[in-house]
Design a protein around this ligand. Sequence first.
Ligand SMILES: [Zn+2]
Length: 383
Amino acid sequence: MDNFNILNSVLFLTKKLIKRKSISPIDNGCQKILIDRLNKLGFVIKLLPSKSTSNFIAWHGNKEPTLAFSGHTDVVGPGNIYNWYFNPFNPTIYNGMLYGRGSVDMKGALSAMIIATEYFLKYNPHHLGTLLFLITSDEESEATNGTIKIVDKLISINKNINYCIIGEPSSIYKLGDNIKNGRRGSLTCNLTIYSKQKHVAYCSILNNPVYQVISIIHQISKIIENLNLSNLMTPPTTFQVINITTNNSYINTTPKRVIIQLNFRFNYKLKVSIIKNKIELLINKYNLDYEINWIVSSNAFISHTGKLLNIVKEAINFYQGIVPSINNNGGTSDGRFINKLGTQIIELGLINKTIHQENECVSIIDLQQLVKIYYRIIENILT
Ligand SMILES: [Zn+2]
């Protein structure tokens, strides 16, 4: 593999994908570009559209071990176009960086997977096992029609995935300096506290639910601190107040209700039921008239480590001369669905510094290096 050809190929494909304005969950033809390349390589393609989401599974080979690349073709919106140095959907190279929405998250990584696969099959047409692609266009929005559907399909056709590389941008300062094998979960609490409206001049603070809410929030932060089970890889459970509102339009009357919304990012060591019980027990102590509902937007997960972790570490070390850390910080990822299959999962992708921001950009040398790292991982599992 020579660098010149790798770089040209990966840039060509990344640019082609960026030009397709695929705001989540609309794929806008990106997957067709990938499928055309995979078709030429002899992959079997199974399309799995769901509502406005495009998904597909592609596989080459039919035996174990199975190695899958998981990724998404959708991107988040560009924000304020006027704050971009270049049009976000007209990929532009400047100073060794390729600018464009999705260059990092994750059209660059998708392209690196495809180019690595093309090289691999050129040199190893009769490889061991199976190489798969699990691709969705619903990762950045609800994720209700994306990888979750792909995993359902894999279960229904009895396809086992031993190893999975997710191309999410896991790197922090240098390509490959960090990888992930799990994520925290996300739990939202909607709480409404009712009270009697009173004239402010004839009311003690005990009658005003806002004061109780302040006290409750303070107590919750203490509870979460005490529950704080973390480990070396996954950050501890945290919570944030997302919203507090009374919708009170009078200046001389206390509010008749307070609505608060809290979001918990919980470590996989902590059960959702424990958080719920502790919080509800606390609120009950206040003797309030309240309503509460809980929404688990994503479950925490951790993938068991083993052969894949060692292979990924070796490949990064070989090309980048560094040993990656494992830090499972950040939001959630589609790994939470794939984890259901008992797969060893590693997220390994580009530097996440500019993702979801204006002027998202990737180092073109990183794109080239990522092709080589992915290639080495495939080679070490399927030959
Ligand atoms: Zn992403």
